[in-house]
Design a protein around this ligand. Structure first.
Ligand code: GTP
Ligand code: MG
Length: 313
């Protein structure tokens, strides 16, 4: 992976670099996925220069080019599937949560998003023949809902060594959206010498939603979310990892017309996430997950339970 910083790009002098950083463009990836007009505006440069900077960043970050179908097929052969602990849910996902992709779990409070995050942090450590990926976990916790006690229960249920299981999970509290993005950028570094196979961001959108309020802040919020998602996707590709992000739902003003809830972050999150699971509460411990907009799987629903041992059929 490239070690270059944004100052190393042609066309980026100290002044431009400063302006870009102030606007949240701190690494090559953020520039690689930026739009020329946004960049031109924040850095006060011409659009031509902006395009040159973006192209240089894409080259350095090694994204945005064409690949042949067989190369992509070779990479797809490495795709792993991570079990959720519930067969019905795995089946809905075509065998489990896929590596090299972002899975978004969204739904109302108490629908089980954080429970799934905990469960995957345990199952990812299982041997492959048991549905795991024999890997370790990084969790970005924005709402202070990580509970080691819950991991202990779930690990014990799978006959894993509880202490070792906890040692394979690295958790960071993100204090705001800026910090959250920085933490995600750090994961690439960490993954160089640790087999990270699962990255969790719980919640992906809470800070963004709280900090970027009103119509005027929307473009800025979406641009930052876009960069953040692409950074995560890159980790998924390079390290053959599962990325799990959680998202809350917001009430639509026009609840009369169909589904009264929709995920926060709208199409930016939706287009970058490969799998989207909409979760809702049912009777007692039961939860219903619905697969929304998958590229190669039929839409459908699965019922599962949240139990003391974790996610189960
Ligand atoms: P928000 O983050 O608030 O949006 O909700 P969430 O979707 O993350 O909900 P979460 O995953 O935290 O689900 C919480 C629910 O899981 C609780 O209301 C319980 O119903 C269930 N739950 C949590 N721990 C246990 C447990 O140890 N046993 C059982 N049976 N259920 C549990
Ligand atoms: Mg939660």
């Amino acid at each position: 992976m490239s070690e270059k910083s944004i100052e190393d790009l042609p066309g980026v002098g100290p002044t431009t670099a400063e302006k870009l950083k102030e606007a949240g463009y701190r690494d090559l990836m953020s520039l690689a996925v930026a739009s020329p007009s946004d960049l031109a505006e924040v850095a006060e440069i011409g659009e031509g220069t902006a395009i040159k900077i973006i192209n240089a960043a894409r080259k350095e970050a090694d994204i945005g080019g064409f690949e042949t179908g067989d190369t992509i097929l070779e990479r797809r052969k490495l795709v792993g599937k991570l079990t959720s602990g519930a067969k019905a849910l795995d089946d809905l996902l075509g065998g489990g949560f896929e590596t090299q992709a972002i899975s978004e779990v969204y739904g109302e409070f108490g629908s089980g998003k954080t429970q799934i995050a905990h469960q995957l942090a345990v199952t990812v450590q299982l041997p492959r023949k048991e549905g795991g990926l024999e890997g370790q976990v990084v969790m970005i916790d924005t709402e202070n809902t990580f509970r080691p006690e819950r991991i202990l229960q779930m690990a014990t249920a799978f006959d894993l060594d509880p202490k070792e299981t906890l040692q394979n999970i690295r958790v960071a509290r993100a204090f705001n959206s800026h910090h959250q993005m920085l933490l995600a950028e750090k994961i690439a570094e960490m993954a160089k010498d640790t087999p990270i196979r699962l990255v969790i961001v719980d919640s992906l959108t809470a800070h963004f939603r709280a900090e970027f309020v009103g119509r005027g802040a929307l473009a800025d919020r979406q641009q930052k979310l876009n960069t953040h998602m692409h950074n995560l996707l890159r980790i998924a590709d390079i390290h053959n990892a599962v990325i799990l992000v959680t998202n809350q739902v917001q009430a639509k003003p026009d609840t009369f017309f169909g589904d009264p809830t929709r995920p926060i972050g709208g199409h930016i999150v939706g287009h970058t996430a490969t799998f989207r699971l909409y979760m809702r509460k049912s009777k007692g411990d039961k939860r219903i997950a619905r697969l929304v907009d998958s590229p190669n799987l039929p839409d459908g629903e699965a019922v599962f339970s949240v139990t003391k041992d974790g996610i189960r059929d």
